[in-house]
Design a protein around this ligand. Structure first.
Ligand code: ZN
Ligand code: ZN
Length: 315
């Protein structure tokens, strides 16, 4: 066997094993940390970070599209979004804790006991928390595609010109707050989900979610019925809204299957050009994107003139 064949075999093994390895490794590491008496919330951060490093490295070793590994003038903006996500997420975690205690406690008192089935086996509770959270995240995401004023916020995410790992945190702060309230505060905090259950459900989802935008040539096989990652999410970034208004699942795809929005053609690859058709003048800068929802009419006008200029030049 020559070196080329060996490398091809290694790539083939990596393509099918990376996602299961990350999920099993992340959940295993968290269980170990919890058994060692380490606070679950504290353990999630290094586990997530280690997984992100693995994903970033694997983009170089096993790229899906080589040109998506090259900067499209977006690295500075995406890095700032990465930091924003950490800061905003960090600020909201205590808020979630307070709301859980106040509102969840009040609800439990009204109902005469905990709303969450704490007597269930932990695995069943983790599955229930996953299904509930994904349900709300599915509708939060779908609503952002449906309602124009929410699309203005979500457009920042779809304005990316390539699909790579840093896109995962490219979200307008308004979108982060909206989805945080919709997904965490409403269903999970109010139901009073125990901290350990939430931590396990979170780590299992986040490990796979890191592959949602990753420019890695993973092969999902039957996992394409479980996870909303790889090609499924690349279709979601299509310039064609008929294709982009599909695959809303955050980490998982099962609610898309239930509501008829799962989209994965097996006769062609997802598009090379990604972004938003008709919004060519969408700002590329971090702060310009922050104020973009309030300058929508102007961006549309400028996009029309950019498109007209391109048409004239192409003639
Ligand atoms: Zn979307
Ligand atoms: Zn995306």
């Amino acid at each position: 066997m020559n070196i080329t064949t060996i490398l091809a075999n290694v790539r083939a093994v990596l393509a099918v094993s990376l996602v299961p390895f990350s999920v099993a490794g992340g959940v295993g590491a968290l269980l170990w940390a919890m058994n060692a008496g380490i606070d679950a919330e504290m353990a999630i951060f290094p586990i997530t970070l280690a997984n992100l490093v693995l994903v970033a490295v694997m983009e170089r070793i096993l790229p899906y599209r080589r040109e998506w590994n090259r900067s499209h003038g977006d690295l500075r903006t995406d890095s700032l979004y990465f930091l924003t996500e950490i800061v905003v997420g960090g600020l909201m975690a205590p808020l979630l804790g307070v709301l859980t205690i106040i509102i969840g406690g009040w609800l439990s008192a009204q109902m005469g006991g905990s709303l969450w089935p704490t007597h269930w086996p932990i695995l069943a509770q983790v599955l229930l928390a996953t299904v509930v959270r994904e349900f709300f995240d599915y509708w939060a995401h779908r609503s952002m595609h449906h309602y124009h004023w929410l699309w203005r916020l979500h457009a920042t995410h779809h304005s990316a010109q390539r699909v790579y790992w840093l896109n995962a945190t490219r979200a307008h702060p308004g979108e982060i707050v909206y989805r945080f309230c919709f997904v965490w505060v409403l269903p999970l905090a109010l139901l009073g989900v125990p901290k350990d259950v939430l931590a396990l459900a979170t780590v299992a989802a986040v490990m796979a979610d890191a592959y949602q935008h990753a420019n890695i040539a993973i092969r999902l096989g039957p996992l394409s019925w479980i996870y909303s990652i790889g090609n499924l999410h690349r279709w979601h970034h299509s310039c064609d809204r008929h294709e982009a208004d599909k695959n809303y699942g955050n980490a998982y795809i099962f609610w898309d299957t239930v509501f008829g929005t799962r989209y994965l053609p097996n006769d062609r690859e997802p598009p090379e050009q990604v972004g938003i058709a008709g919004l060519e003048a969408f700002p590329k800068g971090f702060f310009a994107q922050w104020i973009s929802p309030f300058r929508w009419a102007r961006i549309r006008r400028e996009s029309t003139s950019v498109a007209q200029t391109r048409l004239i030049r192409s003639k």
